[in-house]
Write a protein that binds this ligand. Sequence first.
Ligand code: NAD
Length: 494
Amino acid sequence: MEKIDWHDRAIRLSIDGRAFINGERTWAVGGRKFDNLSPIDGRYLAQVARCEAGDVDLAVSKARAAFEDGRWARKAPAQRKKILQRFAELMMQNLEELALLETLDMGKPVKYSQSVDVPLAANCIRWYGEAIDKVYGEIAPTPAHSLALITREPVGVVAAVVPWNYPMLMTAWKIAPALAAGNSVILKPSEKSPLTALRMAELAMEAGIPAGVFNVLPGFGNEAGSALALHMDVDCIGFTGSTRTGKLIMQMAGQSNLKRAWTELGGKSANIVCADCPDLDAAVSAAVGSIYFNQGESCNAPSRLFVEESIREEFLARALKMVPDYAPGDPLDPDTVMGAIVDGIQMKTVMGYIESGKEEGAKLLVGGNAARTSTGGFYVEPTLFDGVRNDMKIAREEIFGPVLSVLSFSDLDEAVRQANATPYGLHAAVWTADLSKAVKTARALRAGTVHVNQYDGDDITVPFGGYKQSGNGRDKSLHAFDKYTELKTTWIQI
Ligand code: NAD
């Protein structure tokens, strides 16, 4: 296979930072722009449209008009399917460009944007396209003089606001079920990673999604984001991001038109490894690999590792051997497995948590420093703290960086109690060869997904989302249609 020179490709890449409204590329109504810089080395990428309330009004009116005239909503599901399949195909045909844009924009290794982010995002779009002409309504068991039909209808104009850690994939998780169900969608990508969503909108249009049905408004959270959340003519908002912003989104939905508000928020996932773990190497490799994947910028990263005291030393010895494999490297080098942190602000946050871990008495076993500082980019060494207590800040708060906190336990019930002693409830894991213990522990863990004897098991067919302050609703699987459709009862007198 031809070895791609990503640096050369990056130099030749042309980037369009204009918004995408009603099927056209356009600058913001107010003419404001912002500079988009790469976290890889600080290089200038493009000027991006800084959309605000006026752009939101425009996009909502176009999305509403498209919804009302049925150019998409009333197409036969089989036709929407075909177009979404074509959209997914076009993403795969443009895989290298999309992967490069994603890497330049938010710093993840091109190895993964190429092999994980683009294929998973395209698969998500294809999957919902394929699903939509297989979803049936119901007939209720009402008395004989009546016929009651229960059908699902698109909710109308859907806003989606997404974060920067998996920009393309989070976009796909929102837009694919919403579009498949027949809604018009306005997506606001993070101001830190707007580029791939804009390119996806062009590909959607090329695939045949009509103008006005899928719009992308780049801009800031407290400008374009809040204008969407407060808008009186947006019917539903699908949000992925921090718990802090998620609370604001719910408030804004409530203080405006009570639009349906669905939130996918932060996490502080616990990974419990018992002494009877069936495969210690697999447990070590999952614990280390899953926290450092994507620079630790994953909502479901297993950031709290509970290891049974009797195997702690052995576990740590094996883990420490693996950590150097995750040393940060050039994200455009296809061999790099850990890239750049998204920007200087996030890097400062991560370094602040590392300082707090040291101050509160956790034992820094490896890492803890900035790396590759001469590049002008933002890199943090893979970091591991031992001797962490559950009441320390690094165990309580989401760091969103490559920092693993190790806590030990001798009583599994107590470990589960501590695992649950968090406002979050996104993912959790237990490793044990004892089936009854595994099932009992999985039942006791308060999380949207519980892994048993693995950590990265995932598929578009299963729901993704959290308990407690990790959010409500679920992305992925057929359950995502619940968020973007209304249930209608039609009662017919016979
Ligand atoms: P963030 O909350 O700062 O921003 C997320 C999005 O919200 C961005 O588009 C931002 O511009 C927008 N926003 C910010 N303030 C806003 C406001 N006042 N009104 C409307 N919109 C606003 O989060 P982030 O730093 O971009 O992302 C990291 C967070 O996302 C982490 O907490 C992570 O756990 C979470 N996340 C969760 C999932 C999940 O599925 N549960 C997936 C990925 C990321």
